[in-house]
Design a protein. Structure first.
Ligand SMILES: Cc1cc2nc3c(=O)[nH]c(=O)nc-3n(C[C@H](O)[C@H](O)[C@H](O)COP(=O)(O)OP(=O)(O)OC[C@H]3O[C@@H](n4cnc5c(N)ncnc54)[C@H](O)[C@@H]3O)c2cc1C
Length: 118
């Protein structure tokens, strides 16, 4: 199974690690628009206060064993019917990536969350 995750922050990394934890044979690709997956946004005040002088030290995790991380790659369009995502990136210009299942981790979707409320 190939799992494609869009977003490399808290939700995306959690999903990627958990998927591998449940099934080590899953092929996981994590696409992140930014260059710093799992960067601690919550830690920014420590950088601003000078407590953490180097902002690069705010990364929760820098190694992602078993996970194919595409940094600075942007998901342009998602085609759920064909389980396919158009990715624009520095190295892979407009490539099509297919996944067996899709997990979109680009932050919360308030509209969707509201629909799910009882
Ligand atoms: C200043 C600040 C302080 C905070 N402090 C705390 C705190 O103390 N405690 C706490 O619990 N929470 C805190 N938060 C909130 C916390 O940072 C968020 O809840 C958390 O980052 C949400 O994670 P996420 O993965 O859902 O989304 P995000 O962190 O928003 O990550 C989105 C990811 O998706 C990627 N992405 C977006 N669009 C695309 C695309 N089209 N293609 C590819 N990739 C894409 C982005 O590059 C990124 O990797 C704070 C937030 C801020 C801004």
């Amino acid at each position: 199974m190939h799992l494609l995750i869009i977003g490399g922050s808290d939700a995306g990394v959690s999903a990627a690690l958990r998927a591998r934890e449940l099934d080590a044979s899953v092929e996981v690709t994590m696409v992140a628009a930014d260059d710093y997956p799992n960067f601690s946004i919550c830690g920014l005040p420590y950088f601003l206060s000078g407590e953490t002088p180097d902002w690069r030290d705010l990364a929760h995790r820098k190694e992602f064993p078993g996970i194919n991380v595409l940094r600075r790659h942007f998901a342009e369009t998602i085609d759920p019917a064909n389980k396919s995502v158009l990715i624009r990136g520095e190295w892979r210009k407009n490539s099509q990536i297919r996944s067996s299942r899709r997990r979109d981790r680009r932050g919360a979707d308030p509209a969707n969350a509201a629909r799910k409320r009882p």
